[in-house]
Design a binder for this molecule. Sequence first.
Ligand SMILES: [Zn+2]
Length: 102
Amino acid sequence: MTHPTACHCCGFRATGIGIATKTGNQWLCPDCAKLARRIATIKRLDPLEQMAIDGGIEAANKFMSANGADLSKYNEENARMMIKAIWTGCAERMRAIIGAGA
Ligand SMILES: [Zn+2]
């Protein structure tokens, strides 16, 4: 890997750890690299991505319960933190699904 790229599984920044697929090397972030063997055997991520969105929804609900539901009242930092919570929620759910043997 010679330039920054997104993790094949969760979309966070990938590191130099990857898996070989039919379409070439797919890079993984450190957390997903722990599940590299399982990720390498998964043929399609789309249904799993749909399931992972539930983790993002839960993270959004939790964040908005603590900070209010009106996004127009968020300052930039809070808006960024909410998106980070959603992204992290999706990524953690994806890893949990794959880790459970999807
Ligand atoms: Zn990842």
